[in-house]
Design a protein around this ligand. Structure first.
Ligand code: DX5
Ligand code: ZN
Length: 221
C-alpha cells in the first residue's frame, strides 16, 4: 500500500484568509490541499475556480493541489486548472461526455488524474480506463457540502475499490472524501483508503491566530 496522505479540504477554511489557512495546515503536517470546485449545476453549490488555485501558487504554496471537479461539462475547466498549477485533477465520470478523452487531457499535461464516485455511482465506470487513472476518489457523502456524515456503505465500496487496485498491479491511490474525522479514519484506512480528505473536522478544530492551531487535529489523524 502507498504511504497515507492527509488532504484538508479548503471548502471549510476561513476563505477570507485562505493563503494563511493553507500555509498553516501544511505546516501542521498536511500532505496536499484538496480543492473543491462546484458549479451550481452538477452540484447545488458554488465555490471557487482556477483563479483561486493560481492565487495560491502565486502566494507561494508549492504542495500538491488536488482539484476535485464537481462540474459539468469538465474539459474546459481541466484546461484552466492545468494552467493554474493543479497537481492532481479528478472528475465525476457521469459529468464527462468522453471519459477517456478527459483523462488523457490531464495525463498528457503530466498531472495525476482520477475518477470520482458518488455514493451510488458504480465502480464499473473504471472497467476500460483502469490503466489511465492514478487515483480513485470515493465520495462518502453526496457531493456539494462540507460537514455531512460519513455514509457507512462506503466501507464496503472501499474494499471493492482496493481489490480492483490490487488486481491492476498499479500504484493507484484510493482517496475518500466526506465525513472523515479522527474517530473514523482508522477504520477507513483498514478498509483500504490511503488518501484522506477532511474539511470540517480539520478547519473547525480551532479558529484563532495561532499558526500551530491545526497541529493536534492533524496529528490525531
Ligand atoms: C463535498 C466535498 C468535500 C468536502 C468534505 O462535496 O467534495 O471535499 O469538503 O467536507 P467534510 O470533510 O466536512 O465532510
Ligand atoms: Zn472533495
Amino acid at each position: 500500500a502507498l504511504e497515507p496522505k492527509i488532504a484538508p479540504s479548503i471548502l471549510s477554511a476561513d476563505l477570507a484568509r485562505l493563503g494563511d489557512e493553507v500555509s498553516d495546515v501544511l505546516a501542521s503536517g498536511a500532505d496536499m490541499i484538496h480543492f473543491d470546485v462546484m458549479d451550481n449545476h452538477y452540484v447545488p453549490n458554488l465555490t471557487f475556480g482556477a483563479p483561486v488555485c493560481k492565487a495560491l501558487r502565486d502566494y507561494g504554496i508549492t504542495a500538491p493541489i488536488d482539484v476535485h471537479l464537481m462540474v459539468k461539462p469538465v474539459d474546459e475547466l481541466i484546461h484552466a486548472f492545468i494552467e493554474a498549477g493543479a497537481s492532481d485533477i479528478t472528475f465525476h465520470p457521469e459529468a464527462s461526455e468522453h471519459i477517456d478523452r478527459s483523462l488523457s487531457l490531464v495525463r498528457d499535461a503530466g498531472l495525476r488524474c482520477g475518477l470520482v464516485f458518488n455514493p451510488a455511482t458504480p465502480l464499473t465506470w473504471l472497467d476500460h480506463v483502469m490503466d489511465k487513472v492514478d487515483m480513485i476518489l470515493l465520495m462518502s457523502v453526496n457531493p456539494g457540502f462540507g460537514g455531512q456524515s460519513f455514509i457507512p456503505h462506503t466501507m464496503e465500496k472501499l474494499r471493492q475499490a482496493r481489490e480492483r487496485i490490487e488486481a491492476s498491479g498499479r500504484d493507484i491511490r484510493l482517496e475518500v472524501d466526506g465525513g472523515v474525522n479522527a474517530d473514523n479514519i482508522g477504520e477507513i484506512a483498514a478498509a483500504g483508503a490511503d488518501t484522506f480528505v477532511a474539511g470540517s473536522s480539520i478547519f473547525k478544530a480551532r479558529r484563532d491566530d495561532d499558526p500551530h492551531r491545526y497541529d493536534s487535529i492533524i496529528g490525531a489523524m
